[in-house]
Ligand binder design. Structure first.
Ligand SMILES: C[S@@+](CC[C@H](N)C(=O)[O-])C[C@H]1O[C@@H](n2cnc3c(N)ncnc32)[C@H](O)[C@@H]1O
Length: 532
């Protein structure tokens, strides 16, 4: 094969044929497993175009592209090696080493790349001592969440990662964090590493130690986050980022953060000073949020939601299927409706963001749900409400000993919340349109309460008084809240795999709502909470 200058132009022919065979193999092997089995080992392959984009970027950044010593600690069918063959003359690749825990994949890739200058082992990266000296690591590590890690192995795993990397990972960190931190011992000085990982590490608590590692133990130079609307992994639904760092510290004062389109030509690219990248900060917000920093936002004098509202999670029933019934079902079973409270269905069943009420305070919705909320003793129920008793008996075996129900004074008692929320906030959601928030505020004109699929917003006393005097203000407030853009709300919370955004009650309280000052000029902010 002819040697190519720069070593990053595609060589068509043989290498395309290898990639075609590899894709066939991947499909065949994936098809032999259930989704559950694949999840356990984080078996979600990197698509060809993405693998090539990442390898191409890596080749542009290593010191000697004509002497590539490549390592992939979790190779699968080896999308990255195939990409390497596609982008550089194989004679430029002086070593290519890979590990893979699954014998099925390890064997298949061994056959596919037979004859190439590679060293591949069926091995667990976590148990393998480093060998050889690599100047380029590229890896899409298994995205295995912490609760799928064997509890007996968690402590040794954590201690060993700490010994290698010098940072203390939280027990909530997924396996991919251990992979990334441990890779440092497989890197030669000056080597670079590109890690395709879920972008959530930039925002969630367990990501703090990963950020500390990147900032203090490596020369972090680039993080590219892919656009959620351009999902890279159809089958895993992971919102991904590629994190690039060099082994050895440098004097560079900033890190390039990019977003959208491709690594080579991102939609946005921004330099962030390393001094601003503290491990506890939410890096997604710092890099792609509005210009002001989170701290500035918190200190600013602009009114916050907490100045007007209490925010609580909706009710945790302990068993929605048992305690929440459709109105028709209640009648069918002959249960006394007086023991039921209206409750909103989850947001995916709502066709409207404003809930109207009938004369009884029940929501006017095609499907009306009610929560069984009876505070009588079992004796009283048995004596006076035989149908209800029969219904409770039908749940005794399955429901009564559940986590929540088993801890209650009486297993069917629900938490008492006399107040009805004015707004329900759908605190988990995916953004489907760039201009619209993943979250919605629902105006509740009924007496329905909400389950914990929502956050419930209760007006503080002086707002409540004001709304009683002037009810039309409700709609104005509601419309303004729903006019907030993703940039206003999303940075308060975090993004999980699959682009799932989530905001917790404490975070929502910090939502900046300057427009409420105009709608409610007479309300002094920071008013006391309503009596509970
Ligand atoms: C996300 S897939 C990536 C596969 C391939 N590198 C790619 O990009 O298409 C992760 C791979 O890691 C493998 N794996 C899981 N746990 C491992 C471990 N402890 N050591 C080595 N490989 C592991 C899985 O079997 C799977 O093939």
């Amino acid at each position: 094969m002819e040697k190519r200058e720069g070593g990053i132009e595609p060589i068509l022919g043989l290498n395309e044929a290898v990639e075609t065979s590899r894709l066939g193999l991947q499909k065949d092997l994936d098809g032999r497993k259930t989704l559950e089995e694949r999840r356990k080992l984080g078996q979600f392959a990197t698509p060809t175009a993405l693998a090539r984009e990442i390898v191409s970027f890596g080749l542009k950044h290593i010191d000697c592209p004509d002497d590539v010593r490549f390592f992939d600690p979790a190779f699968g069918t080896w999308a990255f090696y195939s990409a390497l063959l596609n982008l550089t003359d194989s004679r430029n690749v002086s070593a290519a080493t890979g590990l893979e825990i699954d014998p099925l994949f390890a064997k298949a890739a061994g056959k596919l790349f037979k004859g190439f200058n590679i060293t591949i082992l069926k091995a667990d990266f976590i148990q393998t001592e480093p060998f050889d000296n690599h100047n380029l690591i590229i890896c899409n590590p298994p995205y295995v969440r912490h609760h799928l890690i064997d509890p007996d192995k968690k402590i040794p795993l954590k201690l060993k990662t700490q010994q290698i990397s010098g940072v203390n990972l939280s027990g909530l960190a997924g396996l991919y964090c251990h992979f990334l931190l441990r890779s440092i011992q497989w890197m030669a000085d000056g080597a670079i590493a590109g890690w395709l990982i879920p972008s959530e590490f930039m925002d969630v608590n367990y990501g703090k130690a990963v950020k500390e590692f990147l900032l203090t133990k490596t020369d972090l130079f680039r993080i590219h986050r892919f656009d959620l609307n351009d999902l890279q992994f159809e089958d895993a639904l992971v919102s991904s980022a590629v994190v690039w760092f060099r082994k050895g510290l440098s004097n560079s004062e900033s890190v390039d953060f990019s977003f959208g389109d491709s690594l080579a030509a991102p939609k946005v690219i921004k330099k962030i000073n390393k001094a601003d990248l503290r491990p506890e900060a939410k890096w997604n917000r710092l890099s792609f949020g509005p210009p002001q920093s989170r701290d500035e936002n918190q200190n600013s004098s602009a009114p916050k939601l907490k100045d007007y509202f209490e925010v609580k999670r909706g009710i945790a029933t302990g068993a929605n299927d048992f305690f929440i019934l459709e109105e028709t079902r209640i009648h069918e079973l002959g249960l006394p409706i007086g023991f039921f409270r209206p409750i909103l269905p989850s947001v995916r069943f709502l066709k409207t963001l404003e809930i109207d009420s009938d004369d009884f305070g029940n929501p006017i919705l095609p499907k009306r749900l009610f929560l069984l909320d009876c505070h009588l003793s079992e004796g009283e129920i048995q004596k006076n409400h035989p149908r209800l008793w029969q219904y409770l008996e039908s749940g005794r075996q399955k429901v009564a000993n559940g986590y929540l129900c088993g801890r209650r004074k009486r297993w069917y008692f629900q938490e008492q919340r006399p107040e009805v929320p004015l707004f329900a906030f759908s605190y988990m959601g995916r953004q489907t349109d760039q201009t619209k928030s993943a979250f919605r505020f629902i105006l509740n004109n009924s007496k329905a309460i909400v389950s914990n699929s929502y956050l419930a917003l209760y007006p503080k006393r002086n707002l409540k008084d004001c709304l009683n005097r002037n009810p039309v203000l409700k709609k104005l407030i509601w419309k303004s809240l729903n006019d907030l853009t993703p940039e206003n709300i999303h940075p308060l919370g975090r993004v999980y795999g699959g682009g799932l955004n989530k905001v917790e009650p404490r975070e929502l309280l910090n939502l900046s709502v300057p427009f409420l000052k105009n709608i409610l000029p007479k309300i002094p902010i920071s008013s006391p909470a309503p009596p509970s």
